[in-house]
Structure formats: structure tokens, C-alpha cells
Design a protein around this ligand. Structure first.
Ligand SMILES: *Cc1c(COP(=O)(O)O)cnc(C)c1O
Length: 403
């Protein structure tokens, strides 16, 4: 079931310590191997990188700024705070980095049809965008509950020419949409690329998706050296599946003096079902192709999760985070719904920036730790996306209707 079959002992591709691997039905093994080989070839091809870099620059808007948040720094009265502005990218979040990478790869592989899963709809919108750009057919699986909650993103995807297929099984949310996308892939594997949206799933997805987001920490590193002449003391990022965090962490992993802080969704309580903090209440298990931490009950039944932010609301986490957690190289904390909503307000009012609710989890952790740090310390917060998509929730939760 794992990748061990055709790799030498001790060097298992797609493993991060004990985590990762390839836990899929036999019918998908050939497709994953085809993808793995195509990706390795593309990685070694300077043309592929040139095409991707051009799109990232001229279409998506890279490099994103590393912005010194002076008023936020003064308000919190401790560490100097920088924001990595992934929220300024086309489609409003980091997700476009991965979608452009996989879209180019799919085109290279001669696939004419793209399928994707989406929870809140952000990955679906980024996928539909890239399919429009490349003239590819696009089918997005989305739980019916999520379609109801994220109606505007459904319209966006349709306007971009994608077909949105509602999923009515299970809890009618992200996990069920992934199951349905995998089912489609098994059936249509010859013509179809599955554009997975985070550092999740079977090998090579966690490695490949991370690589497409590495540009975040590559830029951060250069920009920080330019501005401060040294590396930051800590990088903070929110963790749903974990793609923006892996992108923000990766180039600093060998720099042991840079703390890497992942922030999970603390939701509305500590009980199973009340949050999505996989490292606080989760345990190792297999979900949707990979071995990682999973929120599950004693019988191994995957639990429901809750977060005010749909993008962090998933029962498992990318396997590379599981390894970084166990080795102690990265620290994982959580921010609850209330702290997150306060963080949205804080950033809006000190800097005029409306972060996505996901990203606001990282801002909340920054607000918690910055005051007790020295003004000589430097924090970088990865602002993974912008908050426009969350205005309905914010209007309700922050009482903005003026009633
Ligand atoms: C989807 C999303 C996330 C969560 O996904 P990761 O793979 O954990 O990065 C975080 N922030 C924003 C803005 C998102 O749209």
C-alpha cells in the first residue's frame, strides 16, 4: 500500500518520517506513478520553471510584498512585525501558486480535463481560473452544505466556465468532496488530472504542492535579508491542510534559529467536534491517501470539525507537518474563533488590511506572543489570503449591521 514497493529501503519517496505514503486503491497506483514521473521530469526542465515563473509574475502578481506593519507593531508593543502579502495575489490567496503549477503540469501531461475538490470554494475558484487560462475542462466537487454556505464562490466558478458538482454524501462538506473527486479520477484517469488543493493526499501530492508554494519562503528570505540583513526570529502561518504554512516554512527548516509556528483552528471548544486542531486531540491514522494526524474517535471514525474559517476545517493535516511536529522543528498552537475574529478587527484597524479568517488565526498568534518579545525580535506573519470572501460571516459575527 505504501511507496516502499519500488524504492530502496531507508529512502522512501513521499515519506516524512513515519508519515505520508500512498494509501490508495490499486486502480490509482498507475496514475500516481505517472504523475510522480511527469513531475520529476518537469522539475528537471528549465522550460517548465521559466513558464511557471512568468505566470507567477505576470498573471498571479509575484513577488508579493514583505510589508513592515508599523502601526500593528506599535499597537502590540513588542516584536517588529512583517506581513507576507499573499492576500494580494490574483484570486485573493496563495492557492493560485499551486494551481498554476499543477495546471502547467497537467498540460504537459496532455490532460484536457481537470477535477478538483473544494471546501469553502477558494481552491475551486483558483482551479477554475487556471482552467480558463489554459482552456481546459474543469469539474469541481463541492459538498452541498458548503455550496449553500459559499454561494458566491459557486457563482464565481460557474462564471469562469467550471462545472460545480454538488456532493450529498456524508456531512456534505470537504471530506466528502475529496472522496467524490477520487472516485471520478479512478474512472477517468487517462484524460483527467486531479488538481489537489493542499499538501494532503497520496505521494507525490504533499511534496509537489509544497514545492509549488516554496516560492513564499524563498521570497521571504531574500526580502528579509534585504530589509533587515538577517533572518526573522519566527515565521507564523495558519494550518488547514498546511500548504501556505509549508510554503512559508520550507526554506527556513535548516535555519534552526528561526522558529516555525503553525496555527490550527481552535474553533469553539476543546472537545472532539468543536475544533480542527489535529495536534491537540488528534492521533496518527490514514485519511484520504496519506498517513498523518487525524481527528478521530477511539474506533477510528473520523470526527466532525468546527472552525469559523472553512479553509481550516478539515480532520487531517499534511504529513510533512506531522513529521515537523514530532521532531519538534515546528511548533503548533491553536487560535479559537473569538481570538481569530478579534485579530481580523485588529489588523483591519491598525493596518487597513482585511485578512481571510484563515490567515487571521496566524495574526491572532502574533498578537498573543509579540507583546512579550523584544523590539529587536522580528516576526513574519504569512497573510495567506484576503477577507472579502468572509464578509458575510464577519458582518454577522462582529455585528457590523449596526443593529
Ligand atoms: C485554503 C486556505 C487556507 C488553508 O489551506 P492551507 O493548505 O492550510 O494553506 C489558508 N488560508 C487561505 C486564505 C485559504 O484560502
Amino acid at each position: 500500500m505504501s511507496t516502499a514497493a519500488n524504492t530502496p529501503a531507508g529512502v522512501v519517496a513521499g515519506r516524512f518520517g513515519a508519515y505520508g505514503g500512498r494509501f490508495v486503491p490499486e486502480t490509482l497506483m498507475a496514475a500516481l506513478e505517472e504523475l510522480e514521473h511527469a513531475y520529476a521530469e518537469a522539475q528537471a526542465d528549465p522550460d517548465f520553471h521559466a513558464q511557471l515563473d512568468l505566470l507567477l509574475r505576470d498573471y498571479a502578481g509575484r513577488p508579493t510584498p514583505l510589508y513592515y506593519a508599523q502601526r500593528l507593531t506599535e499597537e502590540l508593543g513588542g516584536a517588529k512585525i512583517y506581513l507576507k502579502r499573499e492576500d494580494l495575489l490574483h484570486t485573493g490567496a496563495h492557492k493560485i501558486n499551486n494551481c498554476l503549477g499543477q495546471g502547467l503540469l497537467a498540460r504537459r501531461m496532455g490532460k484536457k480535463r481537470i477535477i478538483a475538490e473544494t471546501g469553502a470554494g477558494q481552491h475551486g475558484v483558483a482551479s477554475a481560473t487556471v482552467c480558463a487560462l489554459f482552456g481546459m475542462e474543469c469539474v469541481v466537487y463541492m459538498g452541498e452544505e458548503d455550496m449553500r454556505r459559499q454561494e458566491l464562490n459557486v457563482y464565481r466558478m460557474r462564471l469562469l466556465g467550471a462545472e460545480v458538482r454538488g456532493v450529498s454524501s456524508g456531512s456534505k462538506t470537504l471530506k466528502d468532496a475529496i472522496n467524490e473527486a477520487m472516485r471520478d479520477w479512478v474512472t477517468n484517469v487517462r484524460t483527467t488530472h486531479y488538481l489537489l488543493g493542499s499538501v494532503l493526499g497520496a505521494h507525490p501530492y504533499p511534496t509537489m504542492v509544497r514545492d509549488f508554494h516554496r516560492v513564499i519562503s524563498r521570497e521571504m528570505r531574500t526580502q528579509m535579508l534585504e530589509k533587515e540583513g538577517r533572518l526573522p526570529d519566527a515565521v507564523i502561518a495558519c494550518v488547514g491542510g498546511g500548504s501556505n504554512a509549508m510554503g512559508a516554512f520550507f526554506e527556513f527548516i535548516e535555519d534552526k534559529n528561526v522558529r516555525l509556528i503553525g496555527v490550527e483552528a481552535g474553533g469553539r471548544g476543546t472537545g472532539l467536534g468543536e475544533h480542527a486542531a489535529r495536534f491537540q486531540g488528534g492521533s496518527p491514522g490514514v485519511l484520504q491517501g496519506t498517513y498523518s494526524y487525524v481527528l478521530q474517535d477511539d474506533a477510528g471514525q473520523v470526527s466532525l470539525t468546527h472552525s469559523v474559517s472553512a479553509g481550516l476545517d478539515y480532520a487531517s493535516i499534511g504529513p510533512e507537518h506531522a513529521a515537523l511536529h514530532d521532531s519538534g522543528r515546528a511548533e503548533y498552537v491553536s487560535a479559537d474563533d473569538n481570538a481569530t475574529l478579534e485579530a481580523v478587527k485588529l489588523l483591519a484597524r491598525t493596518e487597513g488590511i482585511l485578512p481571510a479568517l484563515e490567515s487571521a488565526h496566524a495574526v491572532a498568534e502574533c498578537a498573543r506572543i509579540a507583546p512579550s518579545m523584544s523590539p529587536r525580535d522580528i516576526l513574519v506573519v504569512n497573510v495567506s489570503g484576503r477577507g472579502d470572501k468572509d464578509m458575510g460571516i464577519l458582518a454577522r459575527e462582529l455585528n457590523l449591521k449596526g443593529a
